[in-house]
Design a protein around this ligand. Structure first.
Ligand code: ADP
Length: 544
């Protein structure tokens, strides 16, 4: 198999040698020149199958050379691949605007260069869609119309020797029928015919032509060389008027000239269309690349913003944890000395002073609770703890919750009903915190005149367990339901609350990969649901 020839235009000797070796290793014959000028000078002799050139050439640059190639009919079919050295936007502008068929950055992976060259060679394998004017000339189809069979035969023979394809018609009506069903490049029509004169035939042919059809050439032949006939012929749309008595070689030359002009016009139109297509394809490619770059850039920015947010969040949580921790000590001191004051110096204060001291002690214990909750909340966000039990028994956890809330349960006389609960691969401590918060709330927000009944259950759905903690308490107005999971958001004025419990529950559930929601009606009760993705290993243990 013939090796394909690659013309490499590169001024740097090092790069040239490297690329030459690279392409030769891909079984290509490489001819290398170091300037665009030299390439143009030897192009006809080299006749490459593909041109690979550096954009930045001394003297005429890659873009100028592309332009030169594209306006040359013999060279413009050769595929051109541009090597751009700069990165990003500039490389793109250079590559696409240069009119090259493709471009590759010099720094790109060598495999990309190899694939692009192969693909361009493959594409150019098919014959060019555009036939050159010269090659079309030999295949031109002509229709001769004359009522004289002798002249028709004579002319047919003469023109066949020019390698045209000839059809003849003795009657204008036949000629018009043939024109409707066949394609001709030109019609030679006798002016003097009995049925219809040549001018009328020309007029009908022009009238029948579609605007999009390539213009057919019309030549009127006449035995008379007079001006009125000539004028009539031209006015009817003829391209030429030739006397039958003229030297036939002159007639042939005039036919040739007209055909050539016609094919050149057609070729130019096709070239323009091809260039327009290429420009459109280049624009599309540019838009696609730009969109992809913007997408990539946005993804990067988003990633960076997320990382920054994570970092800021971590810093804030760390700070909150440290601050809460450090506040504990002075607060403890205030509480101890306030209590000492109360114990030892109460009788030295008047009743108003004693009341002020009570406010101090009450405020201190509330603040201690707030700090405790804050620390617990911050702990939830500081990643999973150490004691991840692969199988946390929820029934056992509920028992611990019951005993932790023993006083509150007993004081309020609440009834707690626990259904059969599963065993799940979650961190025990967190699950306990979660359930304890929900049960404590159900007790805390009970209706004063109704015995609190609290029911805890679990239901297996397709890919998760859904837990429910329901009560018959105060309920929550729908307008506040979405905000209660945010820190410090509270609906009821209960002095023992800090507004951190449910936000902590939400964090815990999310750390399990689930979500939390509620259904509630004022003065009827609330049910808090939360889901935990099920695990194949999760099973149900006996009810407590
Ligand atoms: P708090 O420390 O105030 O209890 P939470 O975050 O646990 O904070 O709850 C936020 C608010 O949601 C509470 O202040 C209360 O108004 C409301 N709430 C929580 N649980 C219940 C419930 N079971 N019934 C009625 N209201 C509730």
């Amino acid at each position: 198999m013939n090796r394909r020839k690659l013309l490499l235009i590169e001024d740097s000797p090092t790069q040239a040698t490297r690329l030459q070796r690279f392409f030769e290793a891909d079984n290509l014959e490489v001819v290398q020149v170091n300037s665009a000028e030299a390439a143009l000078e030897h192009m006809e002799q080299i006749r490459p199958d593909i041109i690979v050139l550096d954009y930045n050439l001394p003297g005429m640059n890659g873009q100028d050379l592309c332009r030169e190639l594209r306006v040359n009919v013999n060279l413009r079919a050769i595929p051109v691949l541009m090597l751009t050295s700069e990165k990003g936007e500039l490389a793109e502008t250079q590559g696409l605007k240069s009119g090259a068929d493709d471009y590759v950055m010099k720094s790109a992976d060598p495999d990309i260069l190899r694939f692009r060259v192969r693909s361009l060679l493959r594409k150019s394998d098919g014959t060019s869609a555009i036939l050159t004017a010269e090659s079309r000339m030999h295949r031109a189809r002509l229709l001769l119309v004359d009522d004289s069979p002798t002249y028709l035969q004579y002319l047919e023979k003469e023109l066949q020797s020019e390698r045209y394809e000839i059809q003849t018609a003795l009657r204008p009506a036949d000629a018009l029928t043939m024109l409707r069903s066949q394609k001709f490049d030109g019609v030679l029509v006798d002016f003097e015919m009995p049925e219809l004169d040549g001018a009328a035939v020309c007029r009908r042919i022009r009238a029948a032509q579609q605007e999009t059809d390539p213009e057919i050439i019309l030549i009127v032949l006449s035995s008379h060389d007079d001006k009125p006939r000539m004028t009539a012929g031209f006015e009817a749309g003829a391209d030429d008027y030739i006397s039958k008595s003229a030297d036939l070689s002159i007639t042939k030359a005039r036919i040739r000239a007209l055909l050539r002009r016609r094919f050149l016009i057609e070729e130019n139109r096709q070239i323009l269309e091809e260039i327009k297509d290429k420009e459109l394809a280049a624009m599309r490619a540019r838009a696609e690349r730009q969109a992809a770059e913007i997408r990539a850039e946005m993804a990067d920015q988003l990633r960076a913003a997320n990382e920054e947010l994570d970092r800021a969040n971590q810093e804030l949580e760390h700070f909150a944890h440290a601050a809460a921790h450090d506040l504990q000590e002075p607060l403890r001191k205030i509480r101890i000395f306030s209590e000492l004051l109360q114990r030892n110096y109460r009788d030295k204060l008047d009743s108003e002073g004693g009341q002020f001291l009570d406010f101090c002690i009450e405020g201190t214990s509330r603040m201690e609770q707030l700090i405790r909750d804050l620390l617990a909340y911050a702990r939830v966000s500081r990643g999973p703890g150490e004691s991840v039990a692969p199988q946390a028994n929820l029934n056992a956890i509920l028992e611990t919750v019951r005993s932790n809330l023993q006083t509150a349960i007993a004081e309020s006389g609440s009834e707690i009903i626990v259904e059969s609960l599963p065993t799940l691969p979650v961190e025990e401590i967190r699950m306990q915190q979660l359930l304890q918060n929900l049960v404590a709330n159900a007790i805390k927000y009970r209706r004063p005149d109704v015995v609190a009944t609290i029911r805890i259950g679990a239901e297996k759905r397709q890919d998760c367990w859904v837990f429910s903690v329901s009560d018959n308490g105060m309920g929550i107005d729908p307008q506040y339901q979405s905000m209660i999971f945010r820190p410090f958001k509270r609906v009821h004025d209960d002095r023992s609350g800090t507004g951190l419990g449910l936000s902590m529950c939400k964090r815990i559930v999310e750390s399990f990969g689930g979500r939390i929601w509620l259904r509630s009606e004022v003065d009827q009760g609330s049910t808090f649901f939360f889901s935990v993705p099920a695990d194949a290993g999760a099973d149900r243990s006996t009810a407590s």
